[in-house]
Write a protein that binds this ligand. Structure first.
Ligand code: DAH
Length: 344
């Protein structure tokens, strides 16, 4: 019986390494170790053997069983690696440079028009004595709403559909006005700064809405700041960006963090011929005189100081400047769009 066992094992050893399918390996294993398998049959027949025989054959067969299991696992691993390699071979991607790339030379990347305009505006404000500040994308309720005079029960929260984190305490900032709060803390008036960056809203995407867009916040705090200061800085900004003077108008606008709040419009004619729906007054710049509650949250003495603030939509500005009609181009990654704005 021992010889028979050994012969079975030897045969298995030879056969298993010739197999290239997992199912075949498992079938071969079953033909030995399965209920009706050859090795199981031998073990069943042990009941007629002597105690001595039972012991030696029992020990041996357990040893073979374990070795068979190991051989099966090894072979399956081998087959899986073979399969992966053959898939890789079939789906090979040619990463060598194509002739056309070699002929044209490598195309250097350029800045996105939103980054370009952001840098331009930063330079304009730096030249006027403003600091440029940054702020986190992940904010808390306090910096995004509460400190900006938007308490939790305030209907103005509905104006900004928000991505909340599961803890219900953190969110993706809906506006760069958060930078006002952070900027005021640790500064003593007079001070002035701008804060550009990405903002996020739970918006359905269309030609003028994206869930991620860019704003540039501005704030100036000092003694006797007036709406005239605000108008002066906004006019200077527009003149520097568009390289021409604009007729502007202020309309009342509601934002809880400013009082009074305004919408600053410019008299605009869309690039190209003829009038279009984009010609006429164009709403461009929400702004206002900073609400005392906001100044207080920033630790500013409101008996002595006041200020103005504004929030410029950078994507919109780029659209206006270049006559772009669909915001979705900005994140499309389409080189035909992006390569029209090459600048470094
Ligand atoms: N944070 C406002 C928004 O995203 C924009 C804004 C309005 C900013 C008025 C300001 C401001 O600083 O004074 O809708």
């Amino acid at each position: 019986m021992l010889d028979k066992l050994e012969a079975l094992y030897k045969q298995f050893q030879e056969d298993v390494i010739k197999l290239h399918k997992v199912a075949d390996v498992l079938n071969l294993k079953a033909s030995l170790l399965g209920k009706k398998g050859a090795l199981s049959e031998i073990l069943k027949s042990l009941k007629d053997a002597t105690a001595e025989q039972r012991k030696t054959i029992g020990v041996k067969s357990n040893q073979y069983k374990k070795e068979i299991e190991d051989l099966v696992q090894n072979q399956i691993k081998k087959i899986e690696i073979e399969e992966i390699n053959s898939k890789l071979e079939k789906n090979k991607i040619d990463i060598s440079l194509t002739d056309s790339v070699l002929e044209k030379g490598l195309q250097a990347a350029g800045l996105h028009p939103v980054s370009t305009i952001q840098r331009e505006i930063e330079d304009i404000f730096l030249s006027m004595g403003f600091d440029v500040l940054d702020g986190p994308h992940i904010e808390d309720d306090y910096h995004n709403f509460e400190a900006l005079n938007i308490p939790s029960d305030h209907p103005a929260r509905d104006m900004q559909d928000t991505f909340w984190f599961k803890d219900k305490k953190h969110l993706l900032r809906t506006h760069t006005s958060t930078i006002q709060v952070r900027g005021m803390q640790g500064r003593k008036p007079p001070f002035q700064f701008v804060g550009p960056g990405k903002v996020f809203r739970n918006e359905r995407t269309d030609a003028t809405h994206e869930m991620c867009f860019h704003q540039l916040e501005g704030m100036m705090v000092g003694e006797n700041i007036t709406v005239s200061h605000l108008i002066y800085f906004m006019k200077t900004l527009l003149k520097e960006i568009f390289k021409k003077d604009f007729e502007i108008r202020l309309r009342p606008g509601f934002f809880p963090f400013v009082e009074p709040g305004f919408e600053l419009d410019i008299r605009w004619k869309k690039p190209g011929k003829g009038e279009s729906k984009h010609s006429g007054w164009l709403e461009l710049l929400p702004c206002g005189m900073v609400h005392p509650n906001v100044l207080k949250a920033g630790g500013v003495d409101t008996d002595k100081y006041n200020g103005f603030a504004f929030g410029l939509g950078l994507d919109r500005l780029v659209m206006v400047k270049y006559g772009i009609d669909d915001l979705r181009h900005f994140h499309s990654g389409d080189l035909r769009f992006i390569s029209q704005f090459k600048s470094y």
